[in-house]
Design a protein around this ligand. Structure first.
Ligand code: KG4
Ligand code: ZN
Length: 339
């Protein structure tokens, strides 16, 4: 048996996995999430996250010891993310790979999200992908492992961030996405006339910060977060989500009209959202595209997707020379660039 050990620590989840290099079977997958520790702050505190990774990763690594002799490669997320947390995973991966004298594969976190689609499955390319996570919002033309072109991206906040900030303004917990999705399911999305971002603009880009401000003003008009009733919260969550979905669908409709790729996928933490999935299911039907999503447990950050990418990277020979890998916390990513 030949296995790749994968490690993910780019934000607030410590995760490791073992995947078979031949055949792609996922043998082991463990994750320790820090959500409850960061909840009190309404967002991720980098120094706290780094300390929690330093405690969690060695504990997780113990579970792979029975397979030590079978591990013939190590993969680790080295960009993008929080530099202090990326470093925790990279140091561990590098040390492990050097000591065991096995190849080390650097993995771009966003490519990992795209590969979450292929866990224990075949790789499907070319594919148009809408990546919606806590850190990024972009549409990519994914043609090959090393050819993922950014077609459009957010000019300010990401979709996940806008869910988190909206929930924080409403005095709700972290992460805001699942909380708001649940409230929205009970709410009236027509009650608050929130603006659909860039509605009349020809720009092929996303923008969420204006919507965030409109939410802030609405909360103020309601007398502040503490004065809001359960109904107000549900209706505001539904109105917010309706505006987000209209924005995403409107911009993607233009991209769909101009792009002939048959396959479309939604990936990233926000792709767990059922209302967003449904809206894109409809758009794909309109354009005759086949829609793909990852299993729910692999939408948020995890090491299984990092391992799945590594399997293809290893067969393409994409390994770090001399165990030398750099951490790139936030290299600029703009339309026209390739991941
Ligand atoms: O991909 P991810 O786990 O981490 C990053 O790489 O950023 O995404 C986390 C983001 C958070 O902003 C969280 O609020 C959002 O995904 N999220 C959701 C849902 N579940 C998670 N947003 C909307 N609806 C959801 N059901
Ligand atoms: Zn992520």
């Amino acid at each position: 048996m030949s296995l790749v050990l994968s490690i993910e620590s780019s934000c607030d989840d410590s995760s490791i996995a073992l995947s078979e290099i031949e055949g792609g079977r996922l043998l082991l997958h463990r994750k320790i999430s820090q959500e409850s520790e960061h909840a009190a702050y309404g967002g991720v505190v980098p120094e706290l996250a780094s300390r929690l990774h330093a405690a969690a990763l060695p504990r997780l690594l113990e579970s792979v010891l029975p397979y030590l002799e079978d591990i013939s490669a190590v993969a680790v997320t080295n960009e993008p993310g929080l530099s202090v947390t990326l470093n925790e995973g990279v140091m561990m991966a590098r040390t492990f790979a050097m000591l065991r004298r096995v190849p080390l594969v650097p993995v771009h976190h966003l490519k990992g999200h795209i590969y979450s689609l292929f866990i224990e499955k075949e790789t499907i390319m070319p594919m148009l992908v809408l990546l919606v996570s806590g850190g990024h919002t972009m549409v990519l033309a994914v043609r090959a492992l090393d050819d993922m072109e950014i077609l459009a991206s957010s000019m300010d906040d990401s979709v996940g961030e806008s869910y988190d900030k909206t929930a924080k303004m409403m005095g709700l917990g972290y992460p805001g996405g699942p909380i708001l999705e649940k409230l929205a399911a009970e709410g009236d999305g027509e009650r608050f006339p929130l603006p659909v971002p860039l509605k009349n603009s020809p720009l092929l880009a996303f923008s969420l910060s204006g919507l965030k401000n409109a939410v802030r003003l609405t909360i103020e008009e309601l007398g502040g977060a503490d004065a809001m009733s359960h109904r107000d919260r549900c209706d505001l969550a539904a109105s917010f989500q309706r505006a987000v979905i209209s924005h995403l669908v409107q911009k993607c409709r233009k991209i769909f009209a101009a792009n002939k790729m048959e396959n479309f996928a939604l990936v990233g933490g926000v792709s767990a959202n059922m209302a967003i999935r449904e809206a894109f299911g409809g758009l794909c039907r309109d354009y005759g595209k086949k829609m793909h999503t990852a299993q729910l447990q692999y939408c948020s950050d995890n090491a299984a997707m990092i391992g799945r990418y590594a399997i293809d990277a290893l067969s393409a020979g994409l390994i770090a020379a001399n165990y030398d890998i750099s951490v790139n916390a936030n290299r600029k990513l703009s339309p026209g660039m390739r991941l």
